[in-house]
Design a protein. Structure first.
Length: 425
């Protein structure tokens, strides 16, 4: 009991592994939020000429500007101060931050020494929760060996050995979708899914929760996605075994087709999606952030004696999202009828922003060839003399913006980290 009391009274400490795009912006999020009273950042190597170079990396961003101006406006002054070069200590807007520059393997990072109960792994490298903590190449489990109580991975889990199943202590959680499924007695490893899955999940959930739109027959999505660091600035030679050669082509002046695992990850956080033939793909474009989901859904609708009873239409779809916005105090979903372009929404704190003015629906019939439906009794087939069943459907095209870096994904992962920390005490 005494140990628990000590833990409860200890100021919350956050660990962040990596200063890549999500790692750095997670630091920004938590500096601004100030829930965690100390932050330990593991860089795992020296950078530039010393701690000053790392401080500049933290303070400056080509997408969001300077940290102090991002938080406090154009007249703000620098809030990053180095307090101990040798120990890697800084004070950022009053929050003590320590940068570790030695260990690359998660198992060697001394989180326990610094009291970091929650660790965000933002490297994008350690995706397999079945790999042992002492693996020489590193493992997401290594952070537990180093003293973390819970690890949040900023990418979807991916098990390489198909003979293995997802461990019981690993789970995928998206804040605002299924984050309350966190079990403090069981879950040690958490995937925060991906930026696209986060936006997509918040688009799908209101439709499934509405009686009229819950009967989804098919769905597909394309994300018009900003560039990421996995792509090449100029054409380059792919690594051995690389299958997607497009990612090695210059992103500066190309539209590049690629894949996304958003549909698979979506089914992990919204199980009802498993019953839908859901497809997803990604189209990379040369912008630095702000992406757009184009969601295509086919709903079964109703009929009456006059034909189609058009209950699902554009107004209904927009009203569903408008109410989701109005009834959500955190405004994880936002609905707009403004004529936005992508740069208007950079940094907006929302999982997804529904572009209501561009949404549209179309009512139609699907003609089903009855004899081709397997296992259908002969007496049922006789009911349709033309061997055709006409099923009334509504096709909907729904558009949702999301800031794939800070506004949507990093902020939701920040919400998740705070929720989990509060629930492990």
């Amino acid at each position: 009991m005494a140990k628990i009391q000590i833990m409860e009274n200890r100021p919350p400490v956050l660990g962040i592994n990596s200063l890549g795009r999500i790692g750095k912006l997670s630091l920004w999020h938590h500096i601004g939020r100030k829930y965690f009273k100390e932050i330990i950042v593991n860089l795992g190597r020296e950078a530039g000429t010393g701690l000053d170079a790392i401080a500049q990396v933290i303070e400056k961003d080509a997408t969001y500007g300077l940290l102090h101006r991002f938080l406090y406006g154009m007249k703000a002054e620098s809030i990053v101060k180095i307090t101990d070069e040798k120990k890697g200590k800084m004070l950022i807007d009053g929050i003590p931050v320590m940068v570790l520059r030695e260990a690359r393997n998660p198992a060697d990072i001394p989180w326990r020494q610094y009291g970091a109960d929650i660790v965000l792994d933002c490297t994008g490298k350690f995706k397999d929760p079945t790999v042992a903590s002492d693996n020489k190449n590193g493992s997401i489990r290594g952070h537990l060996h180093g003293g973390a109580r819970v690890v949040i991975n900023s990418s979807p889990f991916k098990i390489k050995n198909k003979a293995f199943s997802m461990p019981d202590d690993a789970v995928t959680l998206i804040y605002g979708i299924n984050h309350t499924a966190f079990d403090r007695k069981k879950h040690l490893l958490i995937s925060a899914a991906s930026c696209t899955t986060t936006g997509l999940a918040h688009m799908i959930k209101p439709l499934l929760e509405n009686e009229e739109t819950s009967n989804i027959l098919t769905a597909s999505m394309s994300t018009i996605h900003a560039v990421t660091n996995s792509q090449s600035v100029l054409d380059s030679v792919p690594k051995a075994g690389e299958k997607d050669l497009r990612k090695n082509r210059s992103i500066l002046n190309n539209i590049i087709l690629t894949s996304t695992n958003a549909a698979k990850a979506l089914a992990e956080v919204i199980p009802e999606v498993k019953n839908i033939g859901f497809m997803a793909d990604s189209i990379r474009i040369p912008t630095n952030t702000l992406s757009l989901i184009v969601l295509n859904i086919t709903f079964q609708t109703r009929t009456n004696k006059r034909g189609v009873e058009n209950t699902i239409n554009t107004k209904m779809v927009n009203d569903i999202y408008r109410k989701a916005d109005e009834n959500n105090p955190e405004r994880l979903i936002r609905f707009t009828m403004e004529q936005n372009i992508s740069t208007d929404l950079i940094g907006v704190d929302a999982a997804v922003i529904i572009e209501g003015q561009f949404n549209h629906t179309r009512t139609a019939f699907i003609n089903l060839d009855i004899p081709h439906i397997p296992n259908l009794p002969a007496e049922v087939i006789k009911v349709f003399p033309e061997n055709v069943m006409k099923v009334p459907v509504v096709h909907a095209k729904i558009f949702g913006w999301y800031d794939n870096e800070f506004g949507s994904y990093t902020n939701r992962m920040g919400d998740l980290a705070v929720y989990i920390h509060k629930n492990i005490l």
